[in-house]
Design a protein around this ligand. Structure first.
Ligand code: ADP
Length: 500
């Protein structure tokens, strides 16, 4: 028997009987209270330090995807509104922000971080109500990380000379930033914090389905007394985003979203003076070798795809399992997805919340149907789904070939495709066989194998014996169709400065 075989045999022995999960007991409901949360009946645009009505005169509804209730209405910015926002950002850049020493900019960014931290609970609840993600994710991951990014980049504001030794830095000017719905506040922090630290001013557009935390951040920015126009937040759909990207007075475009829109943006800025960073889709491979700590790997797989409803562009949506342990992994995964609690995102025990929008749910269902039609075998939790709202049960497919669409296309739902491999070379080849290259995971007992495999994987971020771990000091970003440029860390300053 090889060591790996002995380990499998041992695991089989300690698990003589499978539990009938979910049938014996359940958690009592533990809903987070929303009583003290103030969601306004209407939100305006944040331009030049003030909340102003849109020139367009239009508002759109923002709903809670877990209940389909209308939460509020939000201003829709048109080109005239974007013009005003860019103008305010330009004035703020020239009059105040670019003239302030880094140590003064840092004070403002610290102030945002501290106020955000004080209101963390409120932000977590609003994030969950607006986007559908479980409160334990928004409370323990999204909001603390957003705060940490502001603290981290506040620290860099007066140390740019040390970030780029021997060089001087100059800000770029006005940054136009467009973000998606999967980490609404965190993406705003990823974009705003380094831009401000480097001395740029900002026009940011949150996604149309999750604008609320960015608008509450605008309130904090106002309270923190930032010079008017340093940060402007305009809400709207793709057209509003395009108006920012195409505005002639924008110096830098930062976009996180789909590869499809990323390509449109890349074409739009080609031949202009605008600097560009793109963080686009992903189809991350999570590679599990037969010498891996299996139970930890199962938790990593669950964390990599099911928490967050698979709404993460770096989600470990392709699982590559060494053939000798396939049956064991599949069996453990089947048991584990059955124990995942799907339902009210405001309940502190919920593992999987609501899908962000009906459109998103439709896309997930279509791709899952394609998986079934192409002959892959579906395994799904039998959990009961709430009647209202947008839901999808944790699902995985076995018998998946590399050519199947579920192994190639981003699904953005709690859906995992399992493929197998026999040798490390095959694992690397399959992991790299995608148009994307955002992230990957490697699970093995051997450090040497981790180094060897990770140096061959074409992905911007590689986790070893863990998954989906973020830190403000560590850069994030992709290769190939996952985009270019890095956010986070020292590298995250680079897109916002000119080196002289
Ligand atoms: P996702 O599939 O993650 O929703 P999208 O790329 O559709 O990603 O959207 C991400 C962000 O880009 C959203 O804020 C959206 O409103 C915005 N957006 C959509 N189309 C365009 C466009 N043509 N130009 C600029 N921004 C856009």
């Amino acid at each position: 028997m090889t060591t790996a075989e002995k380990k499998i045999a041992r695991l089989e022995v300690v698990e003589p009987k499978r539990l009938e999960f979910g049938k014996k007991w359940d958690y009592a409901p533990a809903p987070e209270s929303t009583e003290h949360i103030k969601i306004q009946s209407r939100y305006e645009l944040f331009i030049g330090g003030k909340f102003v009505s849109p020139k367009s005169g239009n508002y759109f509804k923002s709903i809670n995807p877990a209940t389909e209730e209308i939460l509020t209405e939000v201003a829709e910015a048109n080109e005239a509104d974007v013009n005003l926002a860019v103008k305010a950002a330009r004035t703020a850049y020239e009059k105040y922000w670019s003239k302030l020493p880094g140590s003064e900019r840092a004070k403002y960014i610290f102030r945002i971080a501290r106020q955000l931290q004080e209101k963390a609970r409120e932000f977590a609840i609003i994030e969950t109500m607006d986007g559908g993600k479980p409160i334990k994710e928004s409370r323990d991951v999204d909001i603390p990380l957003a705060v940490a990014h502001f603290f981290y980049y506040a620290g860099w504001a007066d140390k740019l000379d040390y970030a780029f030794p021997g060089r001087k830095t100059r800000p770029l000017g006005v940054a136009g930033q467009v973000i998606p719905w999967n980490f609404p506040l965190l993406m705003a922090a990823w974009k705003i914090a380094p831009a401000l630290a480097c001395g740029n001013t900002v026009v940011l557009k949150p996604a149309e389905t999750t604008p609320l935390t960015a608008l509450h951040l605008a309130q904090i920015i106002q309270e923190a007394d930032l010079p008017p126009g340093v940060v402007n937040i305009v809400t709207g759909f793709g057209k509003t985003g395009a108006a920012i990207v195409n505005h002639p007075d924008v110096d830098k475009v930062a976009f996180t979203g789909s590869t499809e829109v990323g390509k449109i943006i890349q074409r739009a800025v080609a031949g202009t003076k605008k600097k560009l960073t793109l963080e686009l889709g992903g189809k991350a491979a999570n590679i599990v070798f037969d010498d891996a700590p299996i139970d930890q790997a199962i938790e990593g797989i669950i964390n990599g795809i099911y928490f967050n409803q698979g709404h993460v562009c770096c989600a470990g949506s392709r699982l590559l399992v060494q053939e000798s342990i396939l049956d064991l992994v599949v069996r453990k995964l089947k048991d584990r997805i059955q124990t995942l609690r799907v339902g009210d995102p405001l309940d502190k025990n919920t593992d999987i919340g609501a899908i962000n929008s009906s459109d998103q749910l439709k896309k997930i269902k279509e791709l899952v149907q394609i998986g079934i039609d192409e002959g892959c075998k579906i395994h799904q939790s039998t959990c009961k789904l709430p009647e209202r709202g947008f839901w999808f049960p944790p699902t995985f497919f076995t018998g998946v070939a590399q050519s199947n669409r579920i192994a190639q296309e981003e699904i953005f739902g709690p859906v995992l495709s399992i493929l197998t491999f026999r040798t490390p070379e095959e694992a690397v080849e399959k992991a790299n066989n995608t148009a994307y290259g955002l992230s990957a995971g490697v699970w093995t007992d051997k450090g040497s194998k981790i180094f060897k495999i990770s140096s061959q994987l074409k992905a911007g971020v590689i986790w070893a014996n863990t998954f989906n771990k973020f830190d403000p000091s560590s850069p994030f970003g992709g290769y190939k169709e996952s985009g270019f440029g890095r956010e986070g860390g020292l590298q995250g300053l680079m897109p916002y400065v000119q080196l002289i």
